[in-house]
Design a protein around this ligand. Structure first.
Ligand code: NAP
Length: 309
């Protein structure tokens, strides 16, 4: 591997511009050399309409970061892996659980790195919460992940289409943290999904999980909330209550606020991608997506009022 990894980015929209482009620009290990997007252009690099054209025209690209909606993730990732490129997947890593397993197999076959990224796991409070909870006896978990869909997803039709996850698009961030910090594997017992009469995917969901010890774990996701978002996980233990709030940027244990340092989710994701490439490793955890699939399997659907932008 050369000192800097030449990288291309695909799907230049909100998250690519807000987070990926600045994180790549600030990372000494990566050099952005190309973009692939049907409409958008990135200044200062070569731009292509799609991943296939980029791969054909840019043999020096070593890695590709995929930031389009999940419905097109598999085809883009397959093309990049088949061309021998390392691939980073935005969350969720696919539109189905099994297609991500297939990608992991392709990565192994082609000796490439595949990184299924979960940006919320890189929030500054997550590892501290995991460490504190590791030996604790947990009696209950309450999760609230609520925001205003009109504020966070204006004009994004794909979130309402099959594979777009609806309220699980943000909710999967909570699931990615829960699966990281809770010491025991948990599983869905029942779910209620609230689906607008004119849409395919839920606008809200209530999920009841448990683990082998019978711990009650409740998660409520809602897109009809505002104006201030509520992204918090509360874990009640015999030794005190842990509260991870603001999506993982704030950690409190009982009355004490824990100093966890600044937020640097996306720089940290690119650190991880660079380390994985450097060590010929992959990191593919479908756990959070599996919980969403389970909710779609078990969930009782309730029709709610139509949603218009
Ligand atoms: P977005 O802005 O709606 O989409 C990103 C770009 O993907 C679009 O601008 C579009 O660019 C391209 N695209 C859209 N549909 C496509 C299609 N059918 N085929 C090929 N390209 C397509 O969405 P986003 O908010 O950036 O989210 C993208 C992914 O990042 C999602 O998986 C989301 O969960 C994740 N994410 C989003 C956020 C956030 O705050 N928005 C945060 C973290 C993670 P062109 O029209 O130029 O092709």
């Amino acid at each position: 591997m050369t000192e800097q990894v030449a990288i291309g980015i695909a799907g230049v929209g909100k998250i690519a511009r807000d987070q990926h482009l600045p994180a790549i620009a600030g990372h000494p290990g990566f050099k952005l050399i190309a973009g692939a997007s049907r409409n958008a252009r990135i200044d200062g690099v070569h731009n292509y309409q799609n991943v296939e054209d980029m791969l054909k025209a840019e043999p020096l690209v070593q890695a590709v970061s995929l930031c389009a909606p999940p419905q097109v993730r598999f085809a883009q990732a397959r093309a990049a892996l088949a061309a021998g490129k390392h691939v980073m997947l935005e969350k969720p890593p696919g539109a189905s659980v099994t297609e991500v397993d297939v990608l992991a197999g392709l990565a192994r076959q082609n000796q490439c790195t595949l990184f299924a990224s979960w940006h919320s796991r890189h929030a500054p409070g997550v590892e501290a919460a995991r460490a504190w909870l590791a030996e604790k006896a947990i009696t209950a978990v309450n999760v609230q992940w609520k925001e205003d869909v009109r504020r966070w997803h204006p004009g994004q039709d794909w979130i309402w289409q099959p594979g777009g996850l609806g309220v699980f698009d943000p909710g999967i961030n909570a699931l990615s943290i829960m699966t990281r910090i809770l010491p025991h594997t948990f599983f869905l017992k029942s779910a209620e999904l609230f689906v607008p009469a004119n849409r395919h995917n839920p606008i809200a969901a209530n999920l009841d999980f448990s683990d082998a010890l019978g711990t009650p774990i409740r998660a409520e996701f809602d897109w009809r909330h505002g104006p201030v978002e509520l992204w918090q996980i509360e874990v009640i233990t015999r030794d005190g209550v842990l509260r991870l709030a603001q999506g993982g940027k704030f950690l409190q244990i009982d009355a004490e606020v824990v100093d966890i340092g600044p937020e640097r989710e996306y720089p940290s994701l690119y650190d991880r991608f660079f380390d994985l490439i450097s060590t010929n490793a992959s990191d593919v955890d479908v756990g959070p997506l599996q919980h969403v699939a389970d909710a779609m399997l078990l969930g009782k659907r309730h029709e709610v009022e139509v949603f218009e932008e």
